[in-house]
Write a protein that binds this ligand. Structure first.
Ligand SMILES: [Zn+2]
Length: 102
């Protein structure tokens, strides 16, 4: 019997299951209609200011505060768009219209 050399599928499966960590689930809720869904968060997700189903209009959400820039990230969960309001980069060195002329 050489079961280790050529393990049947059920044995490979049961070994793989043993190493699995407990998945972490978070609850996403739509800021517009309240639809909510449990998902496994992705590593690359930023901190969302709002979440919205992808079939809502952006105007259904509160507008961003002054000085913030809104970013939308598609493909969150099965139907969400993630909204991130971030500090706008300050525009330094605005042209003063003053230059030295010889
Ligand atoms: Zn919704």
């Amino acid at each position: 019997m050489a079961i280790d050399a050529d393990p049947p599928a059920w044995l490979v499966q049961s070994r793989a299951n043993r190493t699995g960590k407990k998945p972490v689930w978070i609850q996403l809720s739509c800021s517009v209609c309240g639809y909510s869904e449990a998902v496994r968060p992705k590593k690359w997700w930023p901190a969302f200011t709002y979440l919205s189903c992808d079939d809502h209009s952006p105007s259904d959400l509160p507008i961003e505060s002054a000085g913030l820039v809104r970013r939308e990230i598609d493909g969150i969960g099965s139907r969400f768009v993630g909204i991130v309001d971030e500090q706008a980069p300050s525009i330094a060195g605005e042209n003063q219209g003053e230059s030295d002329r010889m």
